[in-house]
Structure formats: C-alpha cells, structure tokens
Design a protein around this ligand. Structure first.
Ligand SMILES: Nc1ncnc2c1ncn2[C@@H]1O[C@H](COP(=O)(O)OP(=O)(O)O)[C@@H](O)[C@H]1O
Ligand SMILES: [Mg+2]
Length: 199
C-alpha cells in the first residue's frame, strides 16, 4: 500500500507472528491483504454460491470458529483460534468463548421466538460477533461474512459492503463504524439500514 495512513484505523499488521507466508520476504500490508482476500474467496464460494443449508452452516460455536479458519487459515497460524491476548477492542480474552456461546444461543432464541426479522438478526449477529472480537484479526471480515451467510441461508441476498472497508478515506466506513457504535448502545436502526443494502 503506497499510503500507509489509509489503514490507520485497521488492525496494524506490524505483528507478523503467525504469518504462514515465506516471512523471509518483505511483504507489504497490501500484499498480505491480497493473500487474505484470495483465501476469503474460497469461503465465499463455499457458502454463498448456493443457499447454504443448516448442515453446511449450522451457526454453532464450532462452526463460527471453523469459518474464521476457512477464511484466514492459508495465511495465519492463529486463524480459527480464540485469542488469548487483550485488544483495545472486544471483550476480555477470558470471556470470549462464553460470549460466543451466548451469541449462538441468542440467535437460536431470536429465530424460535421470531423476535426480529432476518435482516435484523443478521445485523445483531454481525454487531455482537465483532463486538466480542474473538480473533487476533479478521473480525470485521468474519462477522460480515457470518451475517451474509445468515441472510443467504434465510432466502435473502448478501449485504453489499463497500469493497474498501479497510480504507479510512472511505466515507462509508465512517458511517459503518458510527452504526456499530450506535448498536453498542442498543440502537440498531442505522446498522440494519446498512445491512439491508443487499446485492
Ligand atoms: N472504532 C472502531 N474502529 C475500527 N473498527 C471497528 C471499530 N468498532 C468496531 N469495529 C469493527 O472491527 C473491525 C476491525 O477488526 P479487525 O479484527 O481488524 O477486522 P478486519 O481485519 O477484518 O478488518 C471493523 O471492520 C469493524 O467491524
Ligand atoms: Mg484488521
């Protein structure tokens, strides 16, 4: 990436421990992002080409981790593994696994009780998943993928997020982060609106 300020708001990749690529080469962050994108494409094909049934995408604790592994496992050793370290964002590391289990149960509860419509469940799932921040990195892409798989499984199209969510210069990114912060206060309206922008 030529202008490093563009990624100021994203997790810095100065920590390349766990990088599965040949680390004797000086990869730029842009190149690593490209390898990640290539890896993520495999998961996109697996889950979004056809309607993913409950067997393929069960929305269980194990599957939530597996999805992260499938998205980042070619590039990072820690893919699909719950973080042990504290981050500036997310719940305390020792709470991650309990919080994910709670989220899995909540999704089931919302479905059974028809608490919310499909788009709102997708938005809440996305927000809670990224709020927990279970992994060292990739939480944003993983949580948006989760929501998209949920939408597709329930007969809707995936959300069209702006391609360049990594870039701070992107106006949509500011709106997106604002909507997530509103959701932190229980106000889901703006995030639901963004989530409803389907392909
Ligand atoms: N204040 C914030 N700044 C940046 N990202 C935030 C903020 N609040 C929540 N997030 C979420 O965290 C994600 C970034 O987490 P990260 O683990 O780096 O994911 P990724 O590597 O996929 O971008 C964002 O895409 C967004 O979903
Ligand atoms: Mg990141």
């Amino acid at each position: 990436m030529k202008d490093s300020t563009k990624i100021a708001d994203a997790t810095p990749l100065d920590d390349i421990s766990g990088l599965k690529l040949d680390t004797s080469k000086p990869y730029t962050m842009e190149e690593i992002y490209f390898f990640e994108a290539k890896n993520i494409t495999m998961a996109t094909l697996k889950y979004l080409s056809l309607v993913p049934d409950k067997k393929l995408a069960p929305f269980s604790f194990e599957w939530l981790l597996l999805l992260h592994q499938e998205m980042f496992g070619d590039v990072w050793e820690w893919a699909g593994k719950l973080r042990q370290a504290e981050l500036s964002i997310g719940v305390k590391a020792y709470l991650v696994s309990t919080e994910i289990k709670k989220l899995v149960d909540d999704v089931k509860y919302w479905e059974q009780n028809k608490s919310f419509d499909v788009v709102e469940i997708a938005a809440r799932l996305h927000h809670r998943a990224v709020q927990i921040h279970p992994f060292l990195n990739g939480n944003g892409r993983w949580s948006r993928m989760l929501a998209n798989i949920y939408l597709k499984q329930n007969g809707l199209s995936p959300t069209r997020w702006n391609e360049n969510l990594l870039s701070k210069e992107n106006l949509h990114r500011d709106d997106y982060i604002k909507a997530l912060k509103q959701a932190d206060d229980g106000k889901y309206r703006d995030l639901i609106k963004l989530q409803a922008n389907t392909i």
